[in-house]
Design a binder for this molecule. Sequence first.
Ligand SMILES: [Zn+2]
Length: 191
Amino acid sequence: MLGSAAVTEESSVAIEDGKVVSIEYVLTDPSGQELDRSGEEPLHYLHGGHNIVPGLEAALAGKTAGDSLRVEVPPAQGYGEKRKTKPQRVLRSHFPPDAQLERGAQFLMQGPDGRPFPIWITKVMGREVHISAEHPLAGVTLCFDVKVHSVRDATEEEMAHGHVHGPGGHHHHDDHDHDDHDHDHDHDEEE
Ligand SMILES: [Zn+2]
């Protein structure tokens, strides 16, 4: 299930904070049901930037390009325990006009204290959008099959922003990504 794309970077560079890492992955639940996978392109993330769930980030530390690993991440190291929060209904007009409103999409909302917090869309019904403050994968043990494609140093700008720029990374200021990989794009509504 994991492909055999050529490893292009030197394979001796170990993953640590401040490295940009590209991985190919398949995510399943403990019963083997597939929940997510990397697309045509590997996923690029900044190690140490909390771009991916803590359990996976910790397991990748010290690995090098070409390594494969299987990681089982409990909810506490993944998307948190299930809290049984009830979805709220808000009007579509609360979202930016160009926002792609679809199930699973993540947005940042302004809290009463002015601090932003993430919400996820659970359902879209006409002018009404159902949102939840709970990640869709809260309470789920995550089983990752991962292959490390490449490891490189992050640029200063990437370090300052806390995420990857360029091909496969965060497309800044223009094409914000609202695909189903919301766990690696927690900057949907930045700036
Ligand atoms: Zn940026």
